[in-house]
Design a protein around this ligand. Structure first.
Ligand code: ZN
Length: 54
């Protein structure tokens, strides 16, 4: 499952969550520190692993 990185806009806490695509679509993600839903999804690094062309 992919890992999603988030940054809370309220308290600047950065955190990552492992979610299925379905969960990511449906779930309201909250900051684990302050509980805010004002969060921003960060660009994740999972593309760097597969950047090499075959
Ligand atoms: Zn927060």
């Amino acid at each position: 499952m992919p890992t999603y990185d988030y940054l809370c806009k309220k308290c600047n806490e950065s955190f990552s969550l492992v979610l299925s695509i379905k969960e990511h679509d449906e779930k309201k993600v909250e900051c684990p520190k302050c509980g805010s839903q004002e969060i921003e999804q960060q660009i994740t690094h999972f593309m760097t692993k597969t950047s090499r062309k075959s």
